[in-house]
Design a protein around this ligand. Structure first.
Ligand code: SF4
Ligand code: SF4
Ligand code: SF4
Ligand code: SF4
Ligand code: FES
Length: 730
């Protein structure tokens, strides 16, 4: 191991060993010396715009900015001299000359906080007490740190209109100090390039070029700019008046199999906002709009099911939990093993999936453990599972020489992968995109094929032939994807839900098996691996993914009659759809109401992942946690609690769970990888068993569904997602 190079420096008369290559600001911070700064930010390259971080260095003329000056052996640095302090104060005064700064110097600050709480919601911010960033603001901190108590410059109010036309966050550039953090995070971290500096002089502001809205300019609404803004210029619509959170709870995003780490901001017992975790090993903080902005409105939706209800002749009647559980048990008992099915969402936690399969097998006595993906994928499920089980981690595109993206646009989802692809393409990977229209990765691709998915298998064929024949007969030059080099194929939702997915899957499987391609599958079934590992699937018992990573997979259509009519359907975190079996009686256990047109006979309100803990398995096989951030909504209950209650009424003593720990200890015994230090479910290969039951269900191909969770479209409950959906389908 090579030893890290160090340099010896002196900071404020103290000898310090600093890593070579650090800036003075970074070295000082590591040594516990605080230098005021505004434009510098961890994870962003140095910029040197605000000049607040000036220091004195022996041998360097003037006052260098510590965020742009690297440490050198023997450097003598002073961070807090009278000259440096005066200079910082002057810099800050200038900066505040275009900012509503009166509150910053007002002697009545504390009293004002207590008495003006209700008049903050004015259209334009005229001081801290009217600003969404009050008490969170870096400018307030800096003013204190620098010791500024008054300003001698007249304050110029730029009078920009507050921009509210885009979804998710508002922009008040009257508060902008032009630190450039938002522009840099958008361009250099998110590689999206939505923002730039516009105009000159006093009219300088930030935004997309050519007076477009953010939506029109391809903004991903990842919120990274909002998170780094040191002032109240950028603020999330939903949480802008929430103030400082009481608590931050780390959890996992449940909206796709990437499993990004999220920090939930909790205020007054409610989840009000979310931020990313740049230290997360899977997505490195590069979360998408769903994780960033679509959680508070979903979990706090006014439509949440609050208490059990039963359908009567005149609509829904309230029923208490005892009555509801009795009724569910009675209906399932009456229908018996042959007449009942259990429908589970792939978005459920491992614990709920484990409990659900026990419920179906041990309490009802059925293998009819259904889920929407059986109907979405039909006869193509076997090939799909084969690709999913061996899907590579995001970082595998980092050293790829060739990347082929099929039906993937990462503007509003799978952004960690999208950014990894962009980075690789900017480095030296050859990128080819295949889609039915423009996609956000096209601008970095060497070839972008836009056509009806009908033609995609043909393109794939061409690629394979050109690789085999050294490009002489193929449509793609041999220089593009070379045999023996690291090539990665990404199968996106556009391919999974296309008419030609069967052929696409076949081609990608043979690219993987015969030509050594690595494959990544971007699909919407969040905890599909958990569903397979927990055995919540027809014919698969818990632990079916063996410790050697092999999954022996039988076609579900060969195990249950997927077209059968059932008397009673017990939907756990999923919504009934036309594609699913016909039912006489629907027990609906979810957090939000069933879609219009579906009238469940019994509604059982379930708690959500922010209210009840659990685990999920992301697409790499990592076991990740949902942590409780708030109390269960109204009279809702954890899914496993409800199942346990019904089970005990059907079969005495069955599924007697009183805590999550009880389920987890059963899972640890049954599922390889669930216990241990590196909690990861093994994944290597799928061995198909038995004949494919292609005829058992039709090979249904659907257009890509809107982003949803537990079967409920996000745009039904999250205002901004509507605008996103409209744009997605333009
Ligand atoms: S951005 Fe900060 S300093 Fe400016 S008004 Fe808002 S809270 Fe006050
Ligand atoms: S939300 Fe994300 S993509 Fe949009 S401007 Fe901000 S950083 Fe850029
Ligand atoms: S909007 Fe915020 S982050 Fe962007 S330049 Fe202005 S103050 Fe800095
Ligand atoms: S990429 Fe997936 S897991 Fe990550 S924030 Fe978006 S929806 Fe959530
Ligand atoms: S933090 Fe160094 S110039 Fe802004």
């Amino acid at each position: 191991m090579t030893k890290e190079k160090k340099v010896s420096i002196i900071i404020d008369n103290r000898k310090v060993e600093a890593k070579a290559g650090l800036t003075i600001l970074q070295a000082a911070r590591e040594a516990g010396v605080d230098i005021p700064s505004l434009c510098a930010l961890e994870h962003l390259p140095s910029y040197g715009a605000c000049r607040l971080c000036v220091v004195e260095v022996d041998g360097i003329r003037g006052f260098p900015t510590s965020c742009t000056t690297p440490v050198e052996e023997g450097m003598v640095i002073r961070t807090d001299t009278a000259e440096v302090r005066t200079l910082r104060q002057e810099v800050l005064k200038l900066l505040l000359s275009e900012h509503p700064a009166s509150c910053l110097f007002c002697g009545e600050q504390d009293e004002c906080k207590d008495f003006q709480g209700t008049i903050r919601k004015v259209g334009v911010t005229t001081g801290c007490r009217y600003c969404p960033n009050d008490s969170l603001c870096e400018l307030q901190d800096i003013t204190q740190k620098v010791g500024l108590t008054e300003t001698s410059y007249p304050v110029y109010y730029r009078n920009f209109p507050v921009e509210k036309e885009d979804p998710f966050y508002d922009r008040d550039y009257n508060l902008c100090i032009l630190c450039g953090r938002c522009v840099r995070v958008c361009n250099e971290i998110r590689l999206n390039g939505t923002l730039s500096f516009k105009q000159r002089g006093k009219q300088t502001t930030i935004g997309p070029a050519f007076a477009r809205t953010h939506l029109e300019a391809g903004c991903e609404f990842c919120g990274a700019c909002v998170a780094v803004c040191p002032t109240g210029a950028l603020s999330a619509k939903v949480s802008k008046w929430s103030g400082k959170p009481d608590e931050i709870v780390e959890t996992t995003c449940p909206y796709c199999p990437t499993g990004c780490t999220l920090d939930l901001k909790v205020k007054g017992g409610e989840v009000v906002d979310v931020s990313a975790d740049y230290d997360s090993p899977t997505e490195h903080g590069l979360i998408c709009v769903k994780g960033r902005f679509a959680i508070p409105e979903y979990v706090l939706s006014p439509d949440r099911l609050a208490t059990p209800t039963v359908l009567g002749p005149e609509g829904y009647d309230l029923i208490d939990w005892d009555g509801a559980l009795d009724l569910a048990a009675e209906k399932l008992k009456e229908a018996g093993a042959k007449g009942s099915c259990v429908v589970v969402s792939p978005d459920l936690s491992n614990e709920d999936l484990f409990a659900a399969q026990r419920f179906a097998r041990e309490v009802i006595g059925t293998e009819a453990i259904l889920s929407p993906l059986l109907y979405d994928l039909g006869g193509d499920l076997r090939a799909f599972v084969d690709l999913v089980l061996t899907s590579e981690p995001i970082d595998s595109v980092g050293n790829a020489k060739g990347i082929l993206s099929i039906g993937l646009d990462t503007t509003y989802g799978f952004t960690p992968l999208g950014i990894a692809v962009k980075k690789a393409a900017r480095k030296d990977a050859a990128l080819m995109t295949i889609d039915d229209g423009e996609c956000n990765l096209d601008f970095l691709s060497e070839e972008a094929f836009h056509s009806d998915p009908e033609k995609w298998p043909e393109y794939l064929d061409g690629i394979m032939k050109s690789m085999s024949s050294n490009g002489k007969k193929g449509k793609v030059p041999s220089s593009f994807f070379k045999k023996g080099e690291r090539n990665v194929a990404i199968v996106g939702p556009g391919a999974i839900f296309s008419k030609k997915r069967k052929e696409i899957f076949e081609h990608v499987l043979s690219m993987r098996n015969d030509l050594g391609w690595k494959v990544i599958v971007c699909h919407p079934y969040t905890n599909l691996l958990g569903m397979l590992a927990m055995g919540a699937f027809p014919g698969l018992m818990p632990g079916s993914i063996k410790s050697d990573g092999v999954l022996k997979f039988k076609d579900p259509g060969a195990i249950v009659d997927l077209k059968a009519k059932f008397k009673v359907g017990y939907f756990i975190g999923e919504v009934p759809s036309e594609a699913m079996p016909q039912l006489d009686y629907i027990i609906y256990q979810n957090a939000l109401p069933a879609p219009e047109g579906v009238k469940p006979n019994l509604n059982l309100p379930a708690s959500l992942f922010t209210e009840t803990p659990g685990t999920t398995i992301n697409f790499e096989g990592r076991i990740l946690s949902f942590n409780k951030a708030s109390e269960p909504f109204a009279d809702s209950r954890a899914d496993w609690w409800i199942m346990s209650g019904i089970a005990g009424r059907i079969k005495k003593g069955a599924l007697k769970y009183s805590s999550l720990a009880g389920i987890q200890s059963e899972i640890k015994k049954a599922v390889p990888g669930f216990e241990g230090k590196d909690k990861k479910v093994p994944r290597k290969k799928v061995v198909m068993e038995g004949k494919a039951a292609e005829k058992a269900i039709s090979r249904k191909t659907t257009v890509e569904a809107p982003a949803s969770f537990r079967g409920v479209p996000l745009h039904d409950h999250v205002a901004g997602m509507k605008a996103i959906e409209e744009r997605r389908h333009k």
